[in-house]
Design a protein. Structure first.
Length: 368
């Protein structure tokens, strides 16, 4: 692909923390706020590329900002080519390894590069990459967190219906309670509260051993779940393969795969039925495109994890595109949220990813 000729002038790093509309409780933790690193990549030609990456923990945000600032100094004056910039950054940070904070920062820079290039071409990112899709199926992942004590099941059923109200036909529930019967009760409560045609995904967030996953999975096989996500440790490919082969419910995995090579290994070991990649762990736009090619070759449906603002574009060019995971966390500081209608997310039509900062909101939620 021949890119517009741009040169990096500088990089700006900022951090924000946004209160979540609904706290996110998983088998691993409980989060009430979403910390983000914001990237502005400036070019000599006046084009700015933007990206945002979810930092998971408040303590990680300043670390990621400092890594981004260091990376930004490295690429000043460098022609804006995503692959070249990735190599410059990875070579510099080689002693820190290719995963974790460094990988997420390099991925964020990659996204900002592609945003700038597609803005310069005056095309939406999806069209710049050769896509023509206008909408992608989306499910609401903005609630039904794991509660240690669910108390009134009416609260669960009420929330389930609220999650469908913005125009969704599918939603996700987190599982992993100490007593498997409580998981079953919660699933049944949601399933009975939503329309029969609505889809219900589930997510264990790596909470189970292989033996537990088999036992609990078999207990859920008649409950109408669309998939079970990450029942076992994300890097236990042999265990995940055993669960995948044994259960009738499709197994979803991949949000914790650090790069396309890890996905290739998981595919070779038949570790899942469906794959879900995270934009900042898989390697930004560049890593996503390589992952999509692997999924196409293996004929595995591929979904997104977080970042719906950019993932809508990328699913639009993914041959085996499956589902967009929708969360609203970034809507507090961007100017144009994703539009949902009849269960589909609309691919933004403006140049680039369509992400612009609401500077007043950024100042309000700033943590740096």
């Amino acid at each position: 692909m021949k890119h517009p000729q741009l040169t990096v002038r500088g990089v700006r790093a900022r951090t924000v923390s946004v209160p979540m509309r609904r706290p996110l409780g998983t088998s691993a933790t409980m989060m009430t706020a979403a910390p983000f690193l914001l990237v502005d990549l400036y070019t000599e030609e006046g084009i700015t590329g933007r990206a945002h990456t979810f930092c998971y923990l408040d303590i990680a945000a300043p670390m990621m900002r400092r890594v981004l600032e260091a990376a930004g100094e490295l690429i000043v004056g460098v022609p804006l080519d995503p692959e070249r910039i990735r190599r410059v950054c990875q070579d510099h940070f080689a002693l820190l390894g290719a995963h974790g904070v460094v990988a997420m920062v390099v991925s964020a820079l990659d996204v900002a590069c592609w945003d700038a290039l597609s803005r310069a071409a005056k095309l939406p990112l999806a069209r710049y990459l050769g896509g023509a899709t206008e909408t992608v199926p989306s499910y609401n992942s903005n609630g039904l967190s794991l509660r240690r004590s669910d108390g009134d099941l009416g609260q669960i059923t009420e929330e389930a219906n609220e999650l469908l109200e913005p125009g969704f036909n599918a939603l996700k529930i987190r599982l992993g309670r100490e007593n498997p019967r409580e998981d079953l009760t919660a699933v049944r409560a949601v399933r009975s509260a939503i329309p029969p045609e609505a889809l219900l995904m589930s997510d264990y967030n790596q909470a189970l051993s292989v033996e537990e996953a088999l036992e609990r999975g078999r207990g859920l096989e008649e409950e109408g779940l669309y998939w079970i996500e990450e029942p076992v440790a994300h890097d236990d490919f042999a265990g995940s393969s055993e669960v995948t082969q044994a259960l009738g419910i499709p197994i979803q995995a991949g949000e914790n795969f650090w790069g396309p090579n890890v996905l290739a290994t998981a595919i070779a070991m038949t570790a899942m039925d469906y794959v879900m990649v995270d934009l900042m762990r898989i390697g930004g736009v560049s890593g996503w495109l390589r992952a999509a090619a692997l999924a196409e070759k293996a004929r595995i449906p591929m979904s997104s994890h977080l970042y719906p603002e950019v993932s809508t574009h990328l699913l639009g060019v993914t041959p085996t595109a499956h589902w967009l995971e929708y969360v609203d966390w970034a809507e507090a500081f961007i100017t144009a949220p994703i539009l949902i209608s009849h269960g589909n997310a609309k691919v933004p039509e403006g140049p680039g990813t369509g992400v612009f900062w609401d500077e007043d909101a950024v100042a309000h939620y700033a943590t740096d």
